[in-house]
Write a protein that binds this ligand. Structure first.
Ligand code: ADP
Ligand code: MG
Length: 332
């Protein structure tokens, strides 16, 4: 199983940022409202994620570390599972096959916490008593210690940190109600407090982008049948094609970050840049599109961000119109 897990790890775990992505998504799936991320040396020495989610029962701990033993997908029609982040049941097994991983957890029902770690190459899991509040802490130490080829692929601590930081911004905008903190080498570097109001959301937007974008952004909120687009768009009066632009182009479909040409095209067109080449700068935006999950195929590969809309033209035009009317409203 160790080798199979290491091979699977190649898909799921490319670098520290991908470990953090998997772990934080698990925390979100577990209903956490606070997630503390602690890393050392860009995550290559240590990644520790603590959450206040539902926790893992003692007799589920070993299972959580084994492959395809996910509790989240019971049938392919299980839409709740598809809407949650994880349903492949590979992340923990993969990460524990390429690091020294410990899992400490306590559920609401349990009076004491338990800790599990995979021991030796056969991945026998040892479970011992531990101290922990309700929730889960996962610690991955010495990433890729046993796969030197992959370890050599890691970039400098600073670059790995930047990947983590950038990814955290994206998830933080999609999960405004979750309080996130990030520590690097013992120093607190990010603190995104829970945003429960529009004003707090704009404050978080200011933290992750720039205050000037957040303060002048146009609010978009448009609904049509079961389509809804909401979010913030850079005001045309504050957009300068020649200025150095922030790279804030976040688009979420049913809570998942996607990269999509159709969406870029609609944004460009709303700004009447339809003619410009693909490399021209785009205005900043943070947008959430929510629609019937049956109307979209999300590529289940964890490392990709692709989607396919069944009615692409319809979605494109809906986005375009929503943006155009927000822009028109700002002008009137
Ligand atoms: P998946 O998320 O695809 O189900 P993972 O390997 O990421 O697979 O996680 C395995 C299982 O461990 C999850 O299905 C979940 O039951 C449990 N789990 C992992 N992380 C957490 C967490 N932070 N809180 C509660 N349960 C967790
Ligand atoms: Mg998962």
């Amino acid at each position: 199983p160790q080798l199979a897990n290491q091979i699977a790890a190649g898909e799921v775990v490319e670098r520290p940022a991908s470990v953090i992505k998997e772990l934080v998504e698990n925390s979100i799936d577990a209903g956490a409202t606070r997630i503390d991320i602690d890393i050392e040396k860009g995550g290559s020495k240590l990644i520790r994620i603590r959450d206040n989610g539902c926790g893992i029962e003692k007799d589920q701990l070993a299972l959580a570390l084994s492959r395809h033993a996910t509790s989240k997908l019971h049938s392919l029609d299980d839409l709740d599972a598809i809407l949650s982040f994880g349903f492949r049941g590979e992340a923990l097994a993969s990460i524990s096959s390429v690091s020294r991983l410990t899992l400490t957890s306590r559920t609401k029902e349990q009076t004491e916490a338990w800790q599990a770690y995979a021991e030796g190459s056969q991945m026998a899991v040892k479970v011992t008593p531990a101290a922990h509040p309700e929730g889960t802490t996962i610690e991955a130490v010495a990433l890729f210690f046993n796969t030197p080829a992959r370890r050599r692929f890691l970039k400098s601590d600073k670059t790995e940190f930047t990947h983590i930081d950038e990814w955290l911004k994206r998830i933080a905008m999609a999960q405004p109600k979750v309080h996130f903190t990030l520590q690097h080498n013992g120093k607190s570097v990010r603190n995104y407090r829970a945003a429960n109001t529009q004003l707090q959301f704009i404050q978080r937007l200011g933290q992750i982008s720039s205050r000037s974008f957040a303060e002048h952004a146009l609010h978009v909120d448009c609904q049509h049948n079961d389509l809804r687009l909401s979010g913030y768009l850079q005001a045309p009066s504050h957009f300068d094609v020649n200025a150095t632009q922030l790279d804030v182009h976040y688009f979420y479909v049913n809570g998942r970050l996607v990269r999509d040409r159709l969406i870029n095209h609609a944004v460009r067109q709303a700004f009447s840049f339809a003619e410009s080449r693909g490399d021209a700068k785009l205005p900043c935006y943070v947008m959430m599109l929510d629609l019937d999950p049956h109307q979209v195929d999300v590529n289940v590969h964890p490392a990709k961000h692709e989607v396919r809309f069944h009615q692409a033209r319809y979605i494109h035009d809906f986005i375009l119109q929503a943006l155009q009317s927000a822009i028109a409203e700002a002008h009137s």
